[in-house]
Design a protein around this ligand. Structure first.
Ligand code: PEP
Ligand code: MG
Length: 317
């Protein structure tokens, strides 16, 4: 409830022993950014700006001016704090008239997310140009990342396009198992990565995220998903580059501990989830988080993984 947010404390995210973990908000519009800034939830920035909302229910994509205005408004609302803008993620779960590819039998595996650069390169070019304009207009540097990257070459090409447009801090989402497995090569091309655990679980478990009756398979606690998250986080630690999580799993107070134990550096979620995650981090040391990550990965099922972590957690988290 709003009262809880307002009465909650807004200290930066940290474990009991003072290891910093940035707590960020997911937004879909500039108005969301204003609400987050005003909410008292203590977001240290925006870890995922889903720009799809700007493009939804339109026959043509928004112009560079329209987009620049929206991005600048979000940057201004956050007052210089970090804002990670994700380039357009049209696809199976986010259909758009101008970007829908004809005759896709498996749209989740088709021309979606960054792959739209193949048939529609101007979509990405316009969006990057708008971001560069917003950067100029506000004097604030946005971070930009692409969804649905599958190879280091795609990460390289995206980074080159963003830097050529004038956006300096470039990352990609880790949503495809191939990228988690080759995170080291991908991280060599970009400044940061962000784990989209919703899609990562979908693709790892071969389970449509739109099919509610398969929720037990589509679970970020599945050990196979945990292994891929851990592989990505380790590669980030090795490269000395930030690895965030912006999928739903970041908002689970127990999972947040596991993610931090693996080496994840920021957690981005619906603003309403921030207080519980902040509290959970504060109640546990980094060493406890590392032990929880090990316990989760030693389990052979999602249920066992969660139970093993719960058994190590402080009461009332
Ligand atoms: C994800 O896949 O986890 C993610 C954050 O992106 P979206 O939910 O928008 O696909
Ligand atoms: Mg996704």
């Amino acid at each position: 409830a709003a009262e809880d947010l307002l009465s909650g404390d807004t200290a930066p995210g940290a474990t009991a022993d003072g290891h910093a973990v940035a707590l960020l908000a997911n937004i879909g519009t500039a108005a969301d950014a204003e609400r987050v800034a005003a909410s008292g939830a203590g977001a240290e920035g925006v870890g995922l700006f889903r720009t799809e909302v700007l493009f939804l229910e339109r026959t043509q994509p928004p112009t560079v001016e329209e987009q620049a205005e929206a991005y600048a408004a979000a940057l201004r609302a956050m007052g210089g704090r970090k804002v990670v803008v994700r380039t357009l993620d049209a696809g199976a779960d986010k259909p758009m008239a101008f970007a829908t590819q004809p005759d896709e039998e498996n749209p989740a595996l088709g021309v979606r997310g960054y792959r739209l650069v193949r048939p529609l390169p101007e979509l990405l070019a316009t969006q990057l140009a708008a971001l560069a304009r917003a950067q100029e207009a506000t004097g604030t540097t946005p971070w930009v990342m692409a969804p649905m990257i599958s190879t280091p070459d795609e990460a390289r090409d995206f980074a080159a396009a963003a830097r050529a447009a004038g956006v300096a801090t470039v990352g990609v989402m880790v949503e495809v198992p191939a990228v988690a497995l080759r995170a080291r090569d991908v991280l060599a091309e970009v400044d940061f990565v962000s784990l989209g655990t919703n899609d990562l679980a979908q693709y790892t478990m071969a389970t449509d995220r739109l099919r509610g009756e398969l929720a037990d398979l589509l679970d970020a606690w599945q050990p196979a998903v945990l292994d891929l998250v851990a592989a990505t986080a380790s590669a980030g630690v090795e490269a000395g580059k930030p690895v965030g999580v912006c999928g739903e799993s970041a908002s689970d107070p127990l999972m947040a501990l596991v993610l931090v134990g693996m080496g994840v550096t920021s957690l981005s979620m619906a603003a309403g989830a921030l207080p519980a995650v902040r509290y959970s981090l504060r109640r546990h040391t980094r060493e406890q988080c590392v032990a929880m990550a090990a316990a989760a990965r030693a389990a052979r099922s999602a249920t066992d993984a969660r139970a093993a972590v719960l058994a190590l957690a402080e009461p009332e988290v």
